[in-house]
Design a protein around this ligand. Structure first.
Ligand SMILES: C[S@@+](CC[C@H](N)C(=O)[O-])C[C@H]1O[C@@H](n2cnc3c(N)ncnc32)[C@H](O)[C@@H]1O
Length: 319
């Protein structure tokens, strides 16, 4: 009996987290406190996000899947078989895995900041697809997307679903997409982008009745406590999410239920009742604005598919 194939894991996350601690402390001490959404994804946060994708109010995942299903043949024909599929922010790898029968990639590279969760997800994926050449890359691509040669040479299809691009401001998104264009090495980018829609639908998607998104947001405080050695009390804060129409973005915040002081080695901050920590933006685009952004990043040719309600768009973008 042959031994089970193991996915290769390249871990580029620094063992010493001084930089992350400095980044956290600076955000917490800023006049308007903020924490990067990348800190939402510890092991529990990654599981909570997977649960969010199943709640009724969270339309993006099932809408995006519907677009893939409806246009599978066209999408596959545009990309062609045998690609190196690089999944940016792979999470539980479920979306890419569902595309394997259609896209028929030769190689799968899953990239994520949440390394333990990624390793677990890839073991399961490899078990289901023993024939697939699988590599995991643990890294933080928020400041720079830089894919090492070790993942293989040749054109790459960068898969960036779920409208994760919306976590960047439009200026940051432009820089990220330019880096993605270079990293694709002449391949392309398959990217899912959430579209502007009635406010009530957007608000509900980020504040579901079961409270899963609230738990996801509040769990960030546990991650900060661990990373920074802080003493946030989760019950001292509440989840807030709303669509900011002027900025065309969902904002998530954690709001102090009452005045409380948080300390960590080398710092402290008193949060007065009602004061907020900004934890995530999720920018919503129109098809035209998304297209312009891709063009500005150097993706000159784009194909776009949307769902019947026009809620979500999937782009295949090439140089
Ligand atoms: C919104 S989830 C999307 C997961 C999955 N791709 C999907 O569409 O359902 C974002 C994913 O990106 C990862 N992520 C967030 N910030 C990251 C960063 N700065 N560098 C690498 N991965 C990141 C998270 O761990 C998480 O798995």
């Amino acid at each position: 009996m042959s031994a089970m194939r193991r996915p290769r894991l390249i871990n580029r996350q620094p063992a010493e987290a001084t930089g992350l601690r400095d980044e956290l402390a600076a955000g917490l001490l800023a006049p308007s406190a903020h924490v990067s959404p990348k800190f939402l994804y510890d092991s529990l946060g990654s599981r909570l996000f997977a649960a969010i994708t199943e709640v009724e109010e969270y339309y993006p995942t099932r809408t995006e899947a519907g677009i893939f299903n409806a246009h599978a043949e066209q999408i596959a024909a545009s990309i062609g078989p045998g690609c190196t599929l690089v999944d940016l922010g792979a999470g539980n790898c479920a979306k890419a895995c569902n595309l394997f029968p259609t896209l028929k990639p030769a190689r799968y590279v899953a990239v994520d900041i949440s390394v333990d969760f990624l390793a677990e997800s890839l073991n399961y994926l490899q078990f289901r697809h023993p024939e697939m050449d699988v590599t995991g890359l643990g890294c933080d691509f928020s400041s720079r997307l830089d894919l090492p040669d070790e993942i293989g040479s040749g054109p790459r299809v960068l898969f960036y679903p779920g409208s994760s691009i919306g976590n960047f401001t439009p200026d940051q998104a432009l820089v990220f997409l330019q880096q993605a264009r270079d990293a694709s090495q002449g391949g392309g980018m398959l990217i899912g982008i959430d579209l502007v829609k009635p406010q009530a639908i957007l608000d509900a998607a980020y504040d579901d009745a079961l409270g899963i998104t609230a738990a996801f947001n509040l769990n960030l405080l546990n991650a900060v406590n661990r990373q920074l050695g802080a003493n946030f009390g989760v019950s001292n804060f509440r989840h807030i999410a709303f669509f900011n129409a002027e900025q065309s973005r969902i904002e998530m915040h954690l709001e102090a239920r009452h005045t409380n002081t948080v300390t960590w080695p080398g710092g402290e901050r008193c949060f007065v009742a009602g004061e907020r920590i900004h934890t995530e933006n999720s920018y919503k685009y129109t098809v035209d604005r998304a297209n312009s952004l891709l063009n500005a990043a150097g993706f000159r040719r784009t194909r776009c598919w949307t769902d019947p309600k026009g809620w979500f768009a999937l782009f295949w973008a090439t140089v």
